[in-house]
Design a protein around this ligand. Structure first.
Ligand SMILES: [Zn+2]
Ligand SMILES: [Zn+2]
Length: 334
């Protein structure tokens, strides 16, 4: 008698999730220590249905069907329950009709009347997020809280993309400085562009470390990159690689000098002190004189910083892969 209901047995439902006003669909990382929310735009990026998707915040990959949000699960459940209810209602109606037929000529005639309202669908709205990102590598469109993330599709961290965009801006500032005739404005543009390289690198470095240590025992580790030599030492000690690998000594000294100059500009009004001479080994500099910086120096620095940034990101990426491999193997042994 439960023909309609039995038809649903084992049936697979495919449910279309409701996108937000930009066409993005909410996802939630299933890892207990993360459970962070993000959105992706279906049809962008390079992944197919079976592709493992990476959490943009902790970097762990999960199956697409593990990424449903609690609201989406409630929505799907309510749709399935409606189907069950419709089938059950149909079965009851048919049963009622067969009773009516069988009692039509009997002393007691039974009339059935079936009334029920459908379970409501649990509609939901996707949550608002802060940044929409279009991955430069795979063109996936996704949105996140904050600014720095892994691409859920190809896994590329966007921190390096942000650093590169900032370094391109610095190059534009340098071009402006070179065209400027007023000496003071020219000098100020150059000093600003040096300041920008160092602060972009510091932001890049700190956020790259934060991103890669998420969900690892080093979560919460902070590395400042305002002093590049201290950062180099700390990364070597904690993560076991050198982000200046392959850099010639002379180039390293030039980088140290640029960071030293930027320190003087930010903290000593650009006046040379003994500490600057000691740390940079710039013996042509004289204590008490004003520091000067050339466009060539800054351009060279941006090239070096791009390379260091790339090595920092790939070093941390390898470190994280090793860590994930270790936890996977631990899991298998259990
Ligand atoms: Zn996560
Ligand atoms: Zn991507």
């Amino acid at each position: 008698m439960l023909r309609n209901l039995n038809d649903l047995n084992g049936k697979k439902f495919s449910i279309n999730l409701l996108p937000d006003e930009n066409g993005l669909i909410g996802r939630q990382c299933p890892i207990e220590t993360c459970e962070s929310y993000f959105k992706i735009k279906p049809g962008t990026g390079i992944m197919g249905e079976e592709y493992l998707m990476r959490c943009p915040y902790c970097g762990v990959r999960s199956e697409n069907n593990e990424l449903a949000t609690p609201e989406q699960i409630e929505y799907a459940k309510s749709l399935v329950m409606q189907e069950v209810q419709k089938a059950l209602r149909q079965d009851l109606k048919e049963w009622g009709r067969s009773i009516e037929r069988s009692t039509r000529r009997s002393f007691i005639r039974i009339k059935t009347h079936f009334k029920s309202s459908l379970i409501p669908v649990e509609h939901y709205d996707e949550r608002d997020l802060e940044t929409i990102v279009i991955c430069k590598t795979c063109a996936l469109e996704y949105s996140i809280f904050g600014k720095f993330s892994f691409c859920p599709c190809c896994g590329d961290a966007n921190v390096l993309q942000i650093l590169r965009a900032n370094l391109e801006l610095v190059q534009k500032l340098i071009s402006l400085a070179l065209r400027e005739e007023n000496v003071d404005i020219k000098e100020s543009l150059l000093l600003n562009s040096l300041e920008d390289v160092v602060s972009s690198f510091d932001s890049f470095g700190r956020n790259t470390v934060r991103l890669f240590v998420r969900n690892t025992p080093l979560e919460g580790s902070e590395v400042s990159f305002q002093s590049i030599s201290k950062a180099r030492e700390k990364i070597r000690k904690e993560f076991g690689f050198d982000f200046c690998n392959g850099l010639v000594e002379e180039n390293w000294r030039e980088i140290i000098a640029c960071f030293g100059k930027r320190h003087l500009i930010a903290h000593n009004d650009g006046t040379i002190d003994q500490k600057y001479i000691d740390t940079t080994q710039d013996f042509r500099a004289e204590v008490g004189r004003q520091i000067s910086v050339s466009s060539g120096e800054i351009t060279k620095l941006t090239i070096a910083i791009e390379r260091i940034g790339r090595q920092l990101q790939s070093g941390l990426s390898n470190w994280k892969d090793q860590f994930n491999k270790g936890t996977d193997e631990d899991g298998k042994q259990e």
